[in-house]
Write a protein that binds this ligand. Sequence first.
Ligand code: SF4
Ligand code: SF4
Ligand code: SF4
Length: 374
Amino acid sequence: MHMTLHLTNDCNLQCGYCYVCQKPEYMNRSTAEHAVRLAAASGEPSCGIIFFGGEPLLCRDTIRDTVAYCRAMERERPVRFHFKMTTNGTLLDRDFLEFSQKENIFIALSHDGTRAAHDFFRRDHGGAGTYDRLEAVTDMLLASRPYAPVMMTVSPETAAEYAQGVKELWQKGFHYFICSLNYAGNWTKESVRELRRQYRELADFYYELTKREEKFYFSPFEVKIASHIQGKQYCHERCELGKKQISAAPDGLLYPCTQFVGHREFAIGDVVGGIDEKKRTKLFERNELEKEECKGCAVIGRCNCHCGCLNYQVTGSIDHVAPMLCQHERIVIPVVDKLAKRLFQERNGMFIQKHYNDVFPLISMVEDMVKPEK
Ligand code: SF4
Ligand code: SF4
Ligand code: SF4
């Protein structure tokens, strides 16, 4: 099981699209340890601990203590922990990078691409954009972790910068892109049209890089290619709300995923008393029900309509699909299918390896690990 530790709701930034209700609440050491014990109690040999916020680097002592606690537990029980952290990067320094390298903490950096797109939303409390502050951090991160992923958020106001942003981050050295929309944004017909244009440009970019056998993971395309190749199997691998991973809030309450944190009606237990199985199952089953608006849809097996987090964030309910989520799926699937068909028909080696060779992720990971440090 994966446990996301919401170490704090506090953040040193105030991004325009942030859904976190910022409060100076911090998870204490004991709560973090209880959460770790709960995750380990699932009995699985591999356990993911995700340091999340607000901004998790406001809590670096708790991160260090929690990692030390996990390592001590590994010496006593047959369990291995792996760690991830998502950060806005502004507090990332050499000291923490060395620690993360030693403990193998996977760091994902939030960055919105071009200066114009990034500074439009990602600002500090004084209203200043943070693009410039990330320049040196990005170089330092990639020198130490060349395979660090970048997390981009695309809003209607910044859609026209999407492809250029990906290209610029690629030039900087990022190879793994986890991109998501600001689904709650005010998407107009015009911005949706722009988004489609951007995905076509990104498909050309993906094609060129794949032809050159460059490593490029672009999440909106990879998941849709996988959904086509895996067919029904893909449905089995998708998120099962509250089952594969859960979120622990700073006060120790447990929630089924990140965006529910703080909404007590969705709490499914607490780190001391454990998971309330009845509540968890009820929520899971409710989320699995086919949404009224999706009945009969031809692409339901490939769609992300089951994401309770996004649906709740936008509609206030897990029973309805966020309208922009539906539009996004209808835009991206045809673009991806055309791209994949082209690469497949050309029998592109990189494409075939990446999507049809089960051990490719492992080979790719080993390649990344042995990449010489800059
Ligand atoms: S860095 Fe993350 S948590 Fe902080 S304000 Fe921005 S989106 Fe919210
Ligand atoms: S594309 Fe729209 S209607 Fe179809 S399954 Fe997805 S959200 Fe539902
Ligand atoms: S798909 Fe949505 S609900 Fe599921 S883990 Fe991801 S964010 Fe959470």
